[in-house]
Design a protein around this ligand. Structure first.
Ligand code: ATP
Ligand code: MG
Length: 424
């Protein structure tokens, strides 16, 4: 199937309308890269010579919203909820232009809004494989100013321009580069690799909000485990995510990675929950369980205030360095604290009534798969939405005896993580 034929018709339609109004416009960035790599793009971004105001004039105020103040973008809507991002060709500001800015620190890049030519637009992008433009209407095919086609062919991630400069301008690019390596089994160009190894500590100079966004984006892929492994391999993990790096070679770390692999497999099959709290709870569960293992209490976990407090503290320490909103911490805690009683088969009637039951059950399923325990441990629990044998909403009473250690299945392999006895 040709690449053009895989572009969503609405994106082609937007480009056609812009062309009819005498503006150049192309599909750009991740979509072109993914199609050339034989993957299905998750979105189709459009780059054009039209300014956001000109794009709005073409599509009308009803269908086109301009977002951003300094760095303006047009969102062109198809239906109520679907929109395509249309960005104007821009160029990186030069040193003189930067020095006039009061938010300039001489190094880190700011959101520039200087319009430019298509070639300048290519040069300001991060990697050669991300700077390809696909002409879907005319006959220019794929336009390549930076050698991206060759790099796609050889599966090489290479910065545009000098790697040290580009990573210093914006340290998030290091993470973006390693994400490409982990997702597409690519390799880093030597200069790009050397710069990441040298500058990895600087990732913390990026805004915590952007880093948290990138982390959430990693969890939206079906390669989270491979991406984090790549970050570890190239020395970025300890600066990026000290909580995960600190347990990497220990039992909770191995289980966390195996749970993420199980989650990636589920995401690959499609139809997986997009809950951010569930995604964040997944690698966190073994860490928290390990930290709380000495906690002795007769109170049901969800109602044990000391346990709740410690659990919240453990979650925050695992995600130290990211900005985890309180509401997400509370939801992650609710899910995690549900896992031990679900595994023990305690107060199941009560738990099935909880709003986060399906996520608590899913977390347990990932743990069972990661540790190759007996799947019946989860299969015997009621499906979400299906009420169990009466007793709805009953308050939990005293915790019952500790459970038998789950039995492993015969397929257990020595290389997979196995949970420590006291994890649950
Ligand atoms: P994904 O599949 O994750 O969306 P993507 O490459 O499309 O991958 P986006 O964040 O959607 O990533 O960015 C779109 C394009 O914008 C990129 O392909 C790249 O050309 C450019 N870009 C994004 N972030 C940066 C950055 N920090 N520095 C330079 N260019 C960037
Ligand atoms: Mg994209």
């Amino acid at each position: 199937m040709s690449i053009r034929s895989q572009i969503r018709p609405a994106a082609v339609d937007i480009i056609r309308r812009l062309n009819q109004n005498h503006y150049e416009a192309y599909i750009v960035g991740g979509a072109v890269r993914d199609l050339l790599l034989g993957r299905t793009p998750k979105d189709f971004d459009i780059a054009t010579e039209a300014t956001p105001e000109q794009v709005r004039a073409v599509f009308g105020r009803g269908r086109c919203h301009i977002i951003g103040r300094r760095f303006k973008l047009a969102h062109v809507f198809y239906g109520r909820d679907t929109y395509y991002e249309v960005s104007t060709f821009r160029r990186q500001p030069n040193a003189d232009e930067r020095s006039d800015r009061d938010d300039d620190d001489g190094v880190l890049i700011w959101n520039d809004n200087e319009y430019g030519t298509i070639e300048e637009d290519a040069q300001r992008r991060d990697f050669t494989v991300n700077a390809l433009y696909l002409d879907v209407i005319g006959n220019r095919g794929i336009i390549d100013f930076t050698g991206g086609l060759k790099d796609i062919d050889q599966r090489i991630v290479r910065t545009i321009g000098q790697a040290e400069t580009r990573f210093t301008e914006d340290p998030v690019r290091m993470l973006r580069g390693l994400k490409l390596v982990g997702m597409h089994q690519m390799t880093l160009a030597p200069e790009t690799e050397a710069a990441i190894r040298r500058l990895s500590g600087r990732i913390r100079q990026a805004s915590v909000a952007r880093l948290f966004d990138e982390l959430l984006k990693i969890f939206q892929t079906d390669c989270a485990a491979a991406i984090l492994q790549t970050c570890r391999q190239y020395g970025l993990l300890s600066a990026l995510w000290p909580g995960l790096a600190s347990i990497w070679n220990k039992s909770p770390g191995r289980i966390a990675l195996a749970m993420l692999r199980a989650r990636d497999r589920a995401v690959q099959k499609g139809d997986y929950s997009t809950s951010r709290a569930l995604a964040l709870a997944t690698p966190c569960l073994p860490y928290v369980m390990n930290m709380l293992r000495s906690h002795e209490s007769d109170t049901f976990p969800l109602w044990d205030s000391a346990l709740n407090k410690q659990c919240g503290h453990a979650i925050r320490s695992f995600y130290d360095g990211f900005v985890l909103p309180h509401v997400l911490t509370a939801r992650i805690r609710a899910m995690i604290l549900m896992v031990p009683p679900l595994a023990e088969g305690v107060q199941i009637d009560y738990l099935t009534q909880q709003p986060d039951y399906k996520y608590g059950r899913e977390l347990l399923r990932l743990l069972v798969e990661a540790c190759r325990w007996d799947p019946a441990l989860v299969q015997n629990l009621p499906e979400p939405g299906q009420s169990s044998s009466g007793g709805a909403g009953r308050l939990p009473r005293k915790r019952r005896r500790r459970p038998r250690r789950p039995r492993r299945t015969e397929t257990e392999s020595a290389t997979e993580a196995t949970a420590p006895d006291d994890l649950l």
